[in-house]
Design a protein around this ligand. Structure first.
Ligand code: URA
Length: 461
């Protein structure tokens, strides 16, 4: 008997139920994934969903296994599933425990392939930002080995609930509009968006986390199969990184030129109180000489979100607290609007001393350079280690570059959420001072809207 099924588990379940009800043994069935043909038994005599199953219930473990195996591309899967189902319901209740059984072994290997493919999709999908009718949309193109899109899509909806995104694959596409997942047809690679900003971020991030001392090309390739290299911008860096590895390894074992000067001042105990106390005496860069005091971060040690600004301003320097001047007022206003209570956040700066030029009467903010940012980085990292926030939000490029290096571009990656070594979720948005400084009213209003949207996304997460 030839039985037509769609490429989904629901369709197989309907067909299998009908076959079991009729007592059709597996060796008399040939499953085919095609359209219903005139004359096929099931098409002629559909069995309603409510038809009773034979007395034996199907074990839950089988249903779980079937959910995985149904995503496999192999045409043998339906026949195999039906054979095992038949055996389970015809005297071999404990069949799934017999790992040496040929059918069970085969099912398990199909299941394993799906688990692996699912893991790769979660790890290797890279979104690119595009603008559509003034709205941001993130698009990724990916080529899974199997038909796993519906299975993996909810993971991305949970991970990126606050961005509109689409994942396109040759078999199916899935779209998230902030509320609902919808599925559509597959998309050929040629329609996927061409490289853009995100490439740069990923490249920077990957290069900065690449540890040549642990270089093992074979393992790296196994982890990142060649098939995915085309869609992974960082993969293009591999040959260059491999080539540079011997020199970089040497410089990593030699005294690190890039080490943060402030690490000399770190106390033995690393809780926030001890850190703040020790930071008062920090002289890691020349800024301490002209600043009134160190402005350390503040907020609960258990804060789930850490906000990182650039450096204290005039008023912060006088009061010894971050974000209490005009930028802080704007920040507070927006935090309130989006429902993020400031008291629940840990608020700090990349640089802990006010840097200024001009006269004492009228001190003018001087943006910190790479040297100051790097000198101060040990404090920032110690704060991250003490608070262990779920999400880090960088206000402005200086803060973002303190983490991801000078290659980071705010205009290219603002508002996107990334996983980083410092926090599972990491985002950069505008600095409130940048909004205050924008001379063009329209640009200012747009930036303010984006700033608010970004923080709303943080609140939603
Ligand atoms: N700007 C910052 O980056 N930090 C502050 O604390 C105040 C203004």
């Amino acid at each position: 008997m030839r039985v037509e099924v769609g490429a989904d588990l629901a369709s197989f379940r309907r067909a299998a139920r009908g076959l079991l009800v009729r007592g059709v043994p597996p060796d008399q069935v040939l499953f085919a994934e095609e359209r219903m043909e005139q004359g096929s038994l099931l098409a002629a005599e559909p069995v309603p969903d409510t038809a009773p199953l034979p007395a034996l219930a199907v074990p839950l473990a089988f249903l779980e296994l079937a959910e995985h195996v149904a995503c496999h591309r192999s045409p043998e899967r339906w026949g195999l599933l039906y054979r095992v189902l038949w055996r389970l319901t015809h005297g071999e209740r404990k069949l799934l425990e017999v790992e040496s059984d040929e059918d069970v072994y085969r099912l398990r290997s199909l299941e394993k392939a799906i688990r692996r493919d699912t893991h790769k999709m979660k790890a290797f999908v890279r979104f690119r930002r595009v603008e559509r009718e003034g709205q941001e949309h993130f698009i990724a193109w990916h080529q899974p080995d199997h038909l796993i899109v519906p299975r993996v899509a909810p993971f991305f909806a949970r991970r990126f609930p606050a961005m509109r995104w689409s994942i396109l694959t040759p078999d199916a596409s899935v779209h998230w509009d902030l509320e609902r997942l919808t599925f559509g047809e597959g998309v050929p690679r040629s329609r996927a968006p061409e490289g853009d900003a995100l490439e740069e971020l990923w490249s920077t991030y990957y290069a900065s986390t690449f540890n040549p001392a642990r270089l093992n090309v074979r393992a790296m390739r196994a982890e990142m199969p060649k098939k995915h290299w085309g869609t992974l911008p960082e993969a293009r860096l591999i040959p260059e990184l491999v080539k540079r590895a011997p020199t970089r390894t040497a410089s990593m074992v030699a005294p690190r030129v890039e080490a943060s000067e402030a690490s000399r001042f770190l106390p033995e105990r690393r809780d926030l109180t001890a850190l703040a106390e020790a930071a008062r005496g920090c002289q890691a860069c020349p800024l301490h000489a002209r600043a009134t005091r160190t402005v350390f971060g503040e907020g609960p040690a258990q804060a789930r979100v850490m906000l990182v600004g650039e450096q204290p301003g005039d008023q912060e320097d006088r009061e010894g607290r971050p974000f209490v001047g005009p930028a802080g007022q704007l920040l507070d206003e927006v935090l309130e609007r989006v429902g993020l209570p400031r008291q629940a956040l840990y608020v700090t700066n990349a640089v802990k001393h006010f840097g200024w030029t001009g006269e004492e009467k009228q001190r003018l903010h001087a943006k910190p350079g790479r040297r100051e940012v790097l000198a101060c980085k040990a404090w920032l990292e110690a704060e991250v280690a003490a608070v262990h926030p779920r999400m880090i939000v960088c206000l402005g490029a200086t803060a973002a570059q303190a983490f991801l290096g000078p290659g980071f571009r705010l205009n290219l990656s603002r508002g996107q959420v990334f996983e980083t070594p410092w926090a599972k979720a990491w985002m950069a948005t505008y600095h409130p001072s940048a909004l205050l400084r924008m001379p063009d009213e329209h640009a200012r209003a747009t930036a303010r809207r984006h700033f608010e949207e970004d923080l709303r996304k943080v609140a939603a997460m």
